[in-house]
Design a protein around this ligand. Structure first.
Ligand code: UD1
Length: 359
Protein backbone atom coordinates (compact mmCIF):
# COMPACT_ATOMS: atom_id res chain seq x y z
CA UNK A 1 0.00 0.00 0.00
CA UNK A 2 1.24 3.52 -0.81
CA UNK A 3 -0.10 6.49 1.11
CA UNK A 4 0.50 10.08 0.07
CA UNK A 5 -0.15 12.99 2.43
CA UNK A 6 -0.80 16.45 0.97
CA UNK A 7 -0.20 19.45 3.26
CA UNK A 8 -0.09 23.14 2.43
CA UNK A 9 -0.64 25.43 5.39
CA UNK A 10 0.33 25.81 9.02
CA UNK A 11 -2.81 24.17 10.48
CA UNK A 12 -2.56 21.33 7.93
CA UNK A 13 0.77 20.34 9.46
CA UNK A 14 -0.66 20.23 12.98
CA UNK A 15 -3.57 18.03 11.85
CA UNK A 16 -1.47 15.66 9.73
CA UNK A 17 1.66 15.09 11.86
CA UNK A 18 -0.01 12.60 14.24
CA UNK A 19 -1.66 10.79 11.33
CA UNK A 20 1.67 10.25 9.60
CA UNK A 21 3.17 9.01 12.89
CA UNK A 22 0.30 6.60 13.56
CA UNK A 23 0.20 5.22 10.02
CA UNK A 24 3.96 4.74 9.78
CA UNK A 25 3.82 2.79 13.03
CA UNK A 26 0.79 0.74 11.98
CA UNK A 27 1.88 0.09 8.39
CA UNK A 28 5.70 0.10 8.45
CA UNK A 29 5.90 -1.82 5.17
CA UNK A 30 3.65 0.60 3.31
CA UNK A 31 5.02 3.52 1.28
CA UNK A 32 4.56 6.93 2.87
CA UNK A 33 5.21 10.11 0.90
CA UNK A 34 4.58 13.73 1.87
CA UNK A 35 3.73 16.49 -0.60
CA UNK A 36 3.98 20.12 0.58
CA UNK A 37 2.07 22.39 -1.79
CA UNK A 38 3.88 25.48 -0.49
CA UNK A 39 0.67 27.48 0.10
CA UNK A 40 2.45 28.63 3.26
CA UNK A 41 6.16 29.09 2.69
CA UNK A 42 7.68 31.49 5.28
CA UNK A 43 9.94 29.76 7.79
CA UNK A 44 7.67 30.76 10.69
CA UNK A 45 4.58 29.54 8.80
CA UNK A 46 6.00 26.18 7.75
CA UNK A 47 9.55 24.92 8.46
CA UNK A 48 9.34 25.64 12.21
CA UNK A 49 6.27 23.43 12.34
CA UNK A 50 8.01 20.50 10.65
CA UNK A 51 10.78 20.78 13.25
CA UNK A 52 8.56 21.12 16.31
CA UNK A 53 6.13 18.41 15.24
CA UNK A 54 8.93 16.01 14.32
CA UNK A 55 7.49 15.61 10.84
CA UNK A 56 9.61 13.95 8.15
CA UNK A 57 10.85 16.28 5.40
CA UNK A 58 8.43 16.49 2.45
CA UNK A 59 9.26 14.23 -0.49
CA UNK A 60 7.81 16.73 -2.97
CA UNK A 61 7.59 20.54 -2.79
CA UNK A 62 5.13 22.11 -5.22
CA UNK A 63 5.99 25.72 -4.31
CA UNK A 64 2.63 27.14 -5.37
CA UNK A 65 2.98 30.20 -3.08
CA UNK A 66 0.40 32.97 -2.80
CA UNK A 67 -2.11 34.11 -5.39
CA UNK A 68 -5.81 34.40 -6.05
CA UNK A 69 -7.98 31.40 -5.20
CA UNK A 70 -8.02 30.31 -8.83
CA UNK A 71 -4.27 30.70 -9.24
CA UNK A 72 -3.41 28.84 -6.03
CA UNK A 73 -5.88 26.04 -6.80
CA UNK A 74 -4.81 25.72 -10.42
CA UNK A 75 -1.12 25.55 -9.52
CA UNK A 76 -1.72 22.75 -7.03
CA UNK A 77 -3.77 20.77 -9.55
CA UNK A 78 -1.24 21.20 -12.31
CA UNK A 79 1.81 20.40 -10.18
CA UNK A 80 0.29 17.57 -8.14
CA UNK A 81 -0.96 15.53 -11.10
CA UNK A 82 2.50 14.40 -12.30
CA UNK A 83 3.51 13.55 -8.72
CA UNK A 84 0.45 11.31 -8.37
CA UNK A 85 1.11 9.68 -11.72
CA UNK A 86 4.67 8.99 -10.64
CA UNK A 87 4.00 7.90 -7.04
CA UNK A 88 0.86 5.87 -7.86
CA UNK A 89 -0.53 6.00 -4.31
CA UNK A 90 -3.47 3.84 -3.26
CA UNK A 91 -4.66 6.54 -0.90
CA UNK A 92 -4.22 10.32 -0.71
CA UNK A 93 -4.85 11.89 2.69
CA UNK A 94 -5.82 15.57 2.84
CA UNK A 95 -6.46 17.57 6.02
CA UNK A 96 -8.70 20.55 6.78
CA UNK A 97 -10.33 23.02 4.46
CA UNK A 98 -7.73 25.15 2.71
CA UNK A 99 -7.29 25.65 -1.03
CA UNK A 100 -4.61 22.93 -1.09
CA UNK A 101 -7.10 20.45 0.42
CA UNK A 102 -9.70 21.08 -2.22
CA UNK A 103 -7.22 21.12 -5.11
CA UNK A 104 -5.57 17.86 -4.02
CA UNK A 105 -8.95 16.17 -3.63
CA UNK A 106 -10.03 17.13 -7.13
CA UNK A 107 -6.70 16.04 -8.67
CA UNK A 108 -6.58 12.65 -6.97
CA UNK A 109 -10.22 11.68 -7.44
CA UNK A 110 -10.06 12.60 -11.15
CA UNK A 111 -7.21 10.09 -11.46
CA UNK A 112 -9.31 7.45 -9.73
CA UNK A 113 -7.20 7.51 -6.56
CA UNK A 114 -9.03 7.14 -3.24
CA UNK A 115 -9.00 10.22 -1.00
CA UNK A 116 -9.31 10.33 2.77
CA UNK A 117 -10.39 13.65 4.29
CA UNK A 118 -9.07 14.42 7.77
CA UNK A 119 -11.38 16.78 9.75
CA UNK A 120 -14.45 15.97 7.72
CA UNK A 121 -18.01 17.17 8.24
CA UNK A 122 -17.52 20.70 9.56
CA UNK A 123 -20.03 23.25 8.27
CA UNK A 124 -20.45 26.95 8.98
CA UNK A 125 -23.36 27.09 6.49
CA UNK A 126 -21.74 30.26 5.17
CA UNK A 127 -20.88 29.88 1.51
CA UNK A 128 -19.07 33.23 1.42
CA UNK A 129 -16.21 31.50 3.28
CA UNK A 130 -13.68 29.92 0.94
CA UNK A 131 -13.08 27.21 3.53
CA UNK A 132 -16.76 26.17 3.44
CA UNK A 133 -16.56 25.57 -0.30
CA UNK A 134 -13.31 23.65 0.13
CA UNK A 135 -14.87 21.42 2.81
CA UNK A 136 -17.90 20.65 0.69
CA UNK A 137 -15.72 19.56 -2.25
CA UNK A 138 -13.44 17.42 -0.05
CA UNK A 139 -16.38 15.74 1.71
CA UNK A 140 -18.40 15.07 -1.43
CA UNK A 141 -15.52 13.75 -3.52
CA UNK A 142 -13.62 12.04 -0.70
CA UNK A 143 -13.95 8.26 -0.29
CA UNK A 144 -13.07 7.98 3.41
CA UNK A 145 -14.30 10.77 5.65
CA UNK A 146 -12.62 11.03 9.05
CA UNK A 147 -15.11 12.89 11.23
CA UNK A 148 -13.81 15.24 13.85
CA UNK A 149 -16.89 15.72 16.07
CA UNK A 150 -20.30 14.15 16.56
CA UNK A 151 -22.15 16.99 14.82
CA UNK A 152 -20.20 16.23 11.62
CA UNK A 153 -22.20 13.06 11.10
CA UNK A 154 -25.48 14.97 11.06
CA UNK A 155 -24.07 17.55 8.62
CA UNK A 156 -22.90 14.89 6.17
CA UNK A 157 -26.08 12.86 6.44
CA UNK A 158 -28.11 15.98 5.64
CA UNK A 159 -26.13 16.31 2.40
CA UNK A 160 -26.90 12.73 1.41
CA UNK A 161 -23.42 11.34 2.01
CA UNK A 162 -23.56 7.58 2.57
CA UNK A 163 -22.87 6.34 6.09
CA UNK A 164 -20.33 3.80 4.76
CA UNK A 165 -17.91 6.63 3.94
CA UNK A 166 -17.99 8.11 7.46
CA UNK A 167 -15.58 7.19 10.24
CA UNK A 168 -15.89 9.14 13.48
CA UNK A 169 -12.30 9.12 14.71
CA UNK A 170 -12.08 12.48 16.55
CA UNK A 171 -9.82 15.51 16.35
CA UNK A 172 -6.24 14.93 15.20
CA UNK A 173 -5.25 18.54 16.00
CA UNK A 174 -5.93 17.73 19.65
CA UNK A 175 -3.67 14.66 19.30
CA UNK A 176 -0.81 17.05 18.56
CA UNK A 177 -1.72 19.30 21.47
CA UNK A 178 -1.86 16.36 23.87
CA UNK A 179 1.51 15.08 22.62
CA UNK A 180 3.14 18.48 23.11
CA UNK A 181 1.51 19.48 26.42
CA UNK A 182 4.47 18.49 28.61
CA UNK A 183 6.78 20.62 26.46
CA UNK A 184 4.73 23.79 26.01
CA UNK A 185 3.65 23.92 29.67
CA UNK A 186 7.30 24.45 30.62
CA UNK A 187 8.07 27.23 28.15
CA UNK A 188 6.73 30.32 29.92
CA UNK A 189 6.46 32.20 26.62
CA UNK A 190 4.18 34.88 28.10
CA UNK A 191 6.73 35.81 30.73
CA UNK A 192 9.43 35.97 28.06
CA UNK A 193 7.28 38.43 26.10
CA UNK A 194 6.70 40.55 29.20
CA UNK A 195 3.14 39.45 29.94
CA UNK A 196 1.82 38.01 33.18
CA UNK A 197 0.41 34.46 33.00
CA UNK A 198 -3.38 34.59 33.33
CA UNK A 199 -3.42 38.35 32.86
CA UNK A 200 -3.44 39.02 29.10
CA UNK A 201 -5.67 38.76 26.06
CA UNK A 202 -4.11 36.75 23.21
CA UNK A 203 -5.27 37.88 19.76
CA UNK A 204 -5.07 36.27 16.29
CA UNK A 205 -6.83 37.58 13.19
CA UNK A 206 -6.37 36.50 9.59
CA UNK A 207 -9.65 35.86 7.81
CA UNK A 208 -10.24 37.91 4.66
CA UNK A 209 -13.75 38.92 5.86
CA UNK A 210 -12.12 40.67 8.80
CA UNK A 211 -8.65 41.76 7.75
CA UNK A 212 -9.02 42.55 4.04
CA UNK A 213 -11.40 45.51 4.54
CA UNK A 214 -12.29 48.41 6.83
CA UNK A 215 -13.14 46.17 9.79
CA UNK A 216 -9.43 45.69 10.50
CA UNK A 217 -8.85 49.37 11.38
CA UNK A 218 -11.89 49.40 13.63
CA UNK A 219 -10.77 46.17 15.30
CA UNK A 220 -7.32 47.59 16.04
CA UNK A 221 -8.90 50.71 17.53
CA UNK A 222 -11.13 48.60 19.80
CA UNK A 223 -8.18 46.46 20.83
CA UNK A 224 -6.27 49.62 21.73
CA UNK A 225 -9.10 50.63 24.07
CA UNK A 226 -9.28 47.17 25.69
CA UNK A 227 -5.48 47.19 26.17
CA UNK A 228 -5.97 49.85 28.84
CA UNK A 229 -7.76 47.18 30.93
CA UNK A 230 -5.96 43.99 29.94
CA UNK A 231 -2.63 43.73 28.06
CA UNK A 232 -3.04 42.57 24.47
CA UNK A 233 -0.55 40.12 22.88
CA UNK A 234 -0.97 39.81 19.12
CA UNK A 235 1.16 37.49 16.94
CA UNK A 236 0.42 38.78 13.44
CA UNK A 237 -0.30 36.48 10.45
CA UNK A 238 1.46 37.62 7.24
CA UNK A 239 -1.84 38.40 5.50
CA UNK A 240 -2.85 40.64 8.41
CA UNK A 241 0.61 42.24 8.62
CA UNK A 242 0.29 43.30 5.00
CA UNK A 243 -3.15 44.81 5.56
CA UNK A 244 -1.94 46.61 8.70
CA UNK A 245 0.61 48.64 6.75
CA UNK A 246 -1.96 51.38 6.28
CA UNK A 247 -2.75 51.71 9.99
CA UNK A 248 -1.18 54.63 11.88
CA UNK A 249 1.56 53.60 14.31
CA UNK A 250 -0.19 55.54 17.10
CA UNK A 251 -3.16 53.15 16.89
CA UNK A 252 -0.88 50.18 17.46
CA UNK A 253 1.03 51.73 20.35
CA UNK A 254 -0.86 49.95 23.17
CA UNK A 255 -0.59 46.48 21.63
CA UNK A 256 2.26 43.99 21.86
CA UNK A 257 2.71 42.75 18.28
CA UNK A 258 4.94 39.81 17.38
CA UNK A 259 5.86 37.85 14.25
CA UNK A 260 3.99 34.54 13.78
CA UNK A 261 5.22 32.19 16.53
CA UNK A 262 6.18 28.54 16.50
CA UNK A 263 3.53 26.10 17.65
CA UNK A 264 5.04 25.36 21.07
CA UNK A 265 5.30 29.07 21.91
CA UNK A 266 1.81 29.68 20.63
CA UNK A 267 0.28 26.83 22.66
CA UNK A 268 2.12 28.12 25.72
CA UNK A 269 0.53 31.54 25.15
CA UNK A 270 -2.96 30.03 24.79
CA UNK A 271 -2.57 27.90 27.90
CA UNK A 272 -1.50 30.90 30.02
CA UNK A 273 -3.91 33.47 28.54
CA UNK A 274 -6.69 35.11 30.54
CA UNK A 275 -8.69 34.96 27.31
CA UNK A 276 -8.25 34.64 23.56
CA UNK A 277 -9.79 36.69 20.76
CA UNK A 278 -9.65 35.01 17.36
CA UNK A 279 -11.21 34.39 13.98
CA UNK A 280 -9.35 31.08 13.56
CA UNK A 281 -11.01 27.68 13.55
CA UNK A 282 -8.28 25.65 15.23
CA UNK A 283 -7.86 28.08 18.12
CA UNK A 284 -11.53 27.66 19.04
CA UNK A 285 -10.67 23.97 19.50
CA UNK A 286 -7.40 24.41 21.37
CA UNK A 287 -9.00 26.82 23.86
CA UNK A 288 -11.85 24.37 24.41
CA UNK A 289 -9.45 21.55 25.15
CA UNK A 290 -7.38 23.74 27.50
CA UNK A 291 -10.42 25.37 29.16
CA UNK A 292 -9.42 28.94 28.21
CA UNK A 293 -12.18 31.49 27.44
CA UNK A 294 -12.30 32.19 23.69
CA UNK A 295 -14.09 35.04 21.90
CA UNK A 296 -14.65 34.46 18.21
CA UNK A 297 -14.95 37.54 16.03
CA UNK A 298 -17.18 35.90 13.41
CA UNK A 299 -20.90 35.60 12.73
CA UNK A 300 -20.78 31.82 12.68
CA UNK A 301 -18.61 28.86 13.48
CA UNK A 302 -18.17 25.47 11.85
CA UNK A 303 -17.24 24.27 15.32
CA UNK A 304 -20.43 24.74 17.42
CA UNK A 305 -19.17 21.95 19.67
CA UNK A 306 -16.79 24.56 21.17
CA UNK A 307 -19.70 26.89 21.97
CA UNK A 308 -21.66 24.06 23.58
CA UNK A 309 -18.59 23.22 25.70
CA UNK A 310 -18.96 26.68 27.24
CA UNK A 311 -15.46 27.96 26.41
CA UNK A 312 -16.22 29.72 23.11
CA UNK A 313 -18.39 32.83 22.68
CA UNK A 314 -19.38 34.06 19.22
CA UNK A 315 -19.03 37.83 19.28
CA UNK A 316 -20.26 38.31 15.70
CA UNK A 317 -18.24 39.97 12.95
CA UNK A 318 -18.47 43.17 15.00
CA UNK A 319 -15.37 44.94 16.34
CA UNK A 320 -17.55 46.95 18.79
CA UNK A 321 -18.19 43.71 20.70
CA UNK A 322 -14.50 43.60 21.69
CA UNK A 323 -15.30 46.22 24.35
CA UNK A 324 -17.37 43.61 26.24
CA UNK A 325 -14.49 41.16 26.69
CA UNK A 326 -13.01 42.42 30.00
CA UNK A 327 -16.42 42.28 31.67
CA UNK A 328 -17.24 38.86 30.21
CA UNK A 329 -13.88 37.55 31.42
CA UNK A 330 -14.67 38.79 34.92
CA UNK A 331 -17.88 36.76 35.04
CA UNK A 332 -16.47 33.50 33.64
CA UNK A 333 -16.32 30.36 35.74
CA UNK A 334 -12.81 29.02 35.91
CA UNK A 335 -12.18 25.36 35.14
CA UNK A 336 -11.47 22.96 32.35
CA UNK A 337 -14.60 21.39 30.87
CA UNK A 338 -14.86 17.80 29.69
CA UNK A 339 -13.44 17.78 26.13
CA UNK A 340 -15.85 16.89 23.29
CA UNK A 341 -16.14 13.15 22.47
CA UNK A 342 -12.98 11.64 20.92
CA UNK A 343 -10.86 14.76 21.47
CA UNK A 344 -8.60 12.58 23.54
CA UNK A 345 -5.22 12.41 21.83
CA UNK A 346 -5.98 9.12 20.04
CA UNK A 347 -7.83 10.21 16.90
CA UNK A 348 -4.89 9.40 14.60
CA UNK A 349 -4.69 5.88 16.02
CA UNK A 350 -8.36 5.32 15.22
CA UNK A 351 -7.81 6.75 11.75
CA UNK A 352 -4.89 4.35 11.27
CA UNK A 353 -7.16 1.45 12.31
CA UNK A 354 -9.58 2.39 9.55
CA UNK A 355 -6.82 2.73 6.92
CA UNK A 356 -5.22 -0.56 7.99
CA UNK A 357 -8.61 -2.20 7.48
CA UNK A 358 -8.76 -0.99 3.86
CA UNK A 359 -5.88 -3.35 3.20
C1 UD1 B 1 -5.10 30.05 4.62
C2 UD1 B 1 -6.44 29.31 4.51
C3 UD1 B 1 -7.23 29.50 5.81
C4 UD1 B 1 -6.40 29.07 7.01
C5 UD1 B 1 -5.08 29.84 6.99
C6 UD1 B 1 -4.22 29.43 8.15
C7 UD1 B 1 -7.43 29.16 2.27
C8 UD1 B 1 -8.51 29.66 1.39
N1 UD1 B 1 -7.25 29.82 3.43
O1 UD1 B 1 -5.38 31.43 4.73
O2 UD1 B 1 -8.39 28.71 5.75
O3 UD1 B 1 -7.12 29.34 8.19
O4 UD1 B 1 -4.40 29.57 5.75
O5 UD1 B 1 -3.16 30.34 8.32
O6 UD1 B 1 -6.79 28.19 1.93
N2 UD1 B 1 1.72 34.77 3.25
C9 UD1 B 1 3.06 34.96 3.53
N3 UD1 B 1 3.80 33.88 3.90
C10 UD1 B 1 3.28 32.64 4.01
C11 UD1 B 1 1.91 32.45 3.72
C12 UD1 B 1 1.16 33.52 3.35
O7 UD1 B 1 3.56 36.06 3.46
O8 UD1 B 1 4.02 31.69 4.36
C13 UD1 B 1 0.89 35.92 2.89
C14 UD1 B 1 0.81 36.15 1.41
O9 UD1 B 1 0.96 37.49 1.21
C15 UD1 B 1 -0.57 35.71 1.02
C16 UD1 B 1 -1.35 35.88 2.30
O10 UD1 B 1 -0.42 35.71 3.36
O11 UD1 B 1 -1.09 36.47 -0.02
C17 UD1 B 1 -2.46 34.88 2.44
O12 UD1 B 1 -1.99 33.53 2.34
P1 UD1 B 1 -3.00 32.39 1.79
O13 UD1 B 1 -2.31 31.09 1.78
O14 UD1 B 1 -3.63 32.84 0.52
O15 UD1 B 1 -4.19 32.35 2.80
P2 UD1 B 1 -4.25 32.53 4.38
O16 UD1 B 1 -4.81 33.86 4.65
O17 UD1 B 1 -2.98 32.15 5.06
Amino acid sequence: MRILYVVGTRPNLVKTAPVIGALRARLPDAGHAIVHTGQHYDRQMSAVFFEELGMPEPDHMLEVGSGSHAQQTARVIERLEPVLLDEEPDLVLVPGDVNSTMAATVTATKLGIAVGHIESGLRSFDRTMPEELNRIVADHLGDHLFLHSDEAEENLRAEGIPEARMHFVGNTMIDTLVALEGRFRELGTATRLGAEPGGYLLVTLHRPALVDGPLLGETIERLGAVAAEIPVLFPVHPRTRKMMEGIAAANLAGLTLTEPLGYLDFLSLIADAGGVLTDSGGIQEETTYLGVPCFTLRDNTERPVTVRAGTNTLLGLDPAAIATIPQQLGSRDAGRPEPPPLWDGRAAERLADVVAGLG
